[in-house]
Design a protein around this ligand. Structure first.
Ligand code: ZN
Length: 206
């Protein structure tokens, strides 16, 4: 069972991963699984309304398919980062294949972003210790402090929003710009942005 807050045990097992950041005023919004031709532009609009900047952990094959949207994302001041090429599950993928997928995705990210990307998030948050060791020298592996759970079909939205509203400066929040999550995302993101903004939080890229 995945809960909104990161279980402490995971943090203990993987202290070398990034779970939150030091900051006195900024929170870090992240969007996984895009770019998507309709959902990502909708997210960009919501973010613009609050002058919020975010980090998009993109799937390499989607980047190749929707390059224009990725470029638009950068033009509006956001950051692209690596989420593998085919959205592989680390636990079910050989270390070699996993490394190659990350490398292939990074090539596309770098081409579009025109600077070397150092941020990686494992799909499903599932990654083996060996894979961490393999990637650690080239990437900062970004996990999260707050998970929107927007991908869940029967999500208790008000409960999830309440937990997200508890985010503080330094928190790293995960949303998804994919089809499965959109129905929940469109209810959650505007309300959360309005709330955090009323507390004077700023939204920065990682
Ligand atoms: Zn993902």
């Amino acid at each position: 069972m995945i809960s909104n807050q990161t279980p402490g045990i995971l943090k203990k097992i993987y202290p070398s991963l990034t779970w939150e950041k030091e900051s006195s005023s900024e929170i870090y919004l992240t969007f996984d699984d895009g770019p998507h031709p309709e959902i990502t532009p909708w997210v960009l609009e919501q973010l613009d309304a609050y002058e919020a900047k975010a980090t998009f952990f993109c799937v390499g094959e989607c980047l190749n398919q929707f390059k224009k949207i990725a470029e638009e994302t950068i033009n509006r001041g956001h950051k692209l980062a690596n989420h593998t090429y085919h959205h592989e599950k680390g636990w079910k993928t050989s270390n070699d294949a996993y490394g190659k997928s990350v490398e292939k995705c990074n090539k596309v990210v770098n081409e579009i972003q025109k600077q070397p990307n150092k941020l990686f998030r494992p799909p499903y948050g599932r990654i083996r210790r060996n894979q961490i060791l393999q990637l650690r020298s080239n990437f900062r592996i970004i996990m999260w402090s707050h998970l929107a759970l927007d991908f869940k079909e029967k999500l208790n939205i008000s409960k999830s929003i309440r937990k997200l509203k508890a985010a503080r400066p330094g928190s790293i929040i995960v949303f998804h710009d994919n089809e499965k999550s959109f129905e929940n995302l469109r209810k959650m993101l505007p309300e959360c942005l309005a709330h955090w903004s009323s507390l004077n939080y700023k939204f920065a890229v990682l």
